[in-house]
Every structure is written in structure tokens, then in C-alpha cells.
Design a binder for this molecule. Sequence first.
Ligand code: TRP
Length: 350
Amino acid sequence: MYAKLTHKLYLLEVKGMKVVKKVIYSGMQPTGVITLGNYLGALKNWVNLKDDYNCIFGVVDLHSLTVRQEPAQLRKQARDILILYIAAGIDPEENIVYFQSHVPAHAELAWVLNCYTYMGELSRMTQFKEKSSKQGENINAGLYTYPTLMAADILLYQTDLVPVGDDQKQHLEITRDIAQRFNQVYGDVFKIPEPYIAKSGARIMSLQEPTKKMSKSDTNPNGYIHLLDEPDVIMKKIKRAVTDSNREIVYSADRPGIKSLIDIYQCFTQESIETILDRFQGKGYGELKQAVGEVIVEEFKPIQNKFKELQKDKAYVDSLIKKNSETANYLANKTMRKVKKKLGLPPLVK
Ligand code: TRP
């Protein structure tokens, strides 16, 4: 009745000894395209983790339903994002990439966790407060209980570590609180997840309003770079990036446009800010922009090629989707069975 574990066992060799790798969980919503900001803030770091951890990366499509989506577009974006995970270097044979909606246990556990979460806790979530004030019209219950679905994502896989940016810290905190509360009543059901703080990974700002975070839902496409933008589009967007009317290249918070370009460059080249400033000393904004555009194009090129290749091979991608969702279901159901048993829900009759 339960799918088999088709992935390899997740072992790591440390000094000749085999140890079980820690589990890392993260996900992206298919509410738009993957931007340069998502790439540098998340995806690129995930790729660095893929060999040392058992990584589980979801395309968290159920989360996207808190905002109205156009069905055909949602379907396409979700698949594109999953393919981009792979194209960027996540190995779907070693790690798990899957659609959240292919694993019914997410919604199931989210319901259970709702019954162990207080309205007061959810009301205090800054993201809910922000989104509900912005969204105005459609303040639905899903938006409110978003954190319990996210907690379910993480807890289903007995996750050790969650790479989180500042905006998701509070969601991880509430996940830990809910898990601890549940464990206190029922024993050790859930692993209590810890935040994983990435070594690098800057907050990438909008190219048009460099004091705001780059967002995939920006209505002005010049504000962001899409992982699938063609080279000439990338160059054009970088050249149009808003800077200031100064001339020298300095790295300072009151010159956010230039600072942001240097940050992007730094993320790609991994050089120190001093080295970069030295290189561009006496040079103009135009030269910096040219160099920033080039490093982006160069790193995106192989990802884009791999994406196109995978996109053409529908049968292969489908087989990966099937296999990965089987593994995800296997692991999730294992936790779910434990939860149901502890709660006293009647066992299945075979
Ligand atoms: N809420 C996250 C975001 O908007 C996405 C997400 C959903 C997630 N479930 C998760 C991230 C579990 C980490 C772990 O960015």
C-alpha cells in the first residue's frame, strides 16, 4: 500500500565511516519566475548543500493558493521551477525535488497542526499582518494558517535544518513551538528543526528601486532578472539599473544602487568587496554594469541550456517527478502514520 523508498539511502562518508546525513528542507512558491534574488538568496546555496545533506526541496504549490492564481500559469510555473531546481544543479537522484500537492500528507498534517496552534500565535505573524493589510480584499483563512502548512512541510520529513532568510525566521520559530508542544504531549514525534544560516547569500535589491527587495511579483520586469532571461535582456536590465548621479564606485549604504550591483558581483565572483573596489577604481558605472551583466550571463548560461534540454525531454522529467514524489510520499507517510497513531485516530483496516 505504501510506496517504496526508491532513492538511495542517504549516507555520507566521514573518515571512512558511513553516517546518516542530516535532512535539509526548503521550498519556493510557484507564484512567479525564479529571480536573480531567489537564485542568490536560495537556489545557489541549496546547490552547495546537496552533497552534504539529504536535501528535500519542494515546489510549494499549495502555499500559492493563498493568492488567486491563473490555473494554466500556475501549472507552467510550478513545472518550470522544478526543472530549474534540477538545471541549477540539484541532483534528483540523490536529493528530493517534488510538488507539495503530490504529497497529500502536507495538507493532512497541516490540519492536525492547526489544532495545536493558537489563534494568538498566528495573529502575531508579521507576514500575515503585512500580507493581509496589502491584500485587502481576499484575506482568506489560508493566508492566516499559512505557517501551519509550512510547519507541516518541515516536520513531515523529520528535518534537521531549514535554510531561512530573515523573512522566514518567524515561521521557523512557530514551527519549533508547535513541534515542541506536540512532542510534550505525545513524546518524540517530530524532530525540532534548526535554522541553517548560509555563509553567503545577500539580500538582492530591485534594480529599479534599490532600497526594496527584488521581487518576482514586481509589476515592472526591469526591477528583476529572471533566471531564464536571455543574455541581451540581462545586459539591458543591468544597464538600466537605477544608480545615482555620482561618478566613483564606492560601497556605501547611502548609495544603494551601486552597493547592490557590487553585492551581486560579489555573490558571483566570491571576491572580497575590497578586491572588487580595487578592480573598479577609477572606472565608471558603465564598466561596473558591463562586468556585473557578464558574470550573471556566464553563470546562467549553462543553467538555461540544461533547462531547455530538460524541458524538451518530457518523459524523462515525468519519470523524475514520479520517482521523487514516491520518495517524498514514503517519508511523509512514515511521520503521518506515527502522528495518527499517537493522536488515537482509528487504524486502517487491511
Ligand atoms: N514560506 C516560504 C517562502 O515564502 C516557502 C516555504 C514553504 C518554505 N514551506 C517551506 C520554506 C518550508 C522553507 C521550508 O519563501
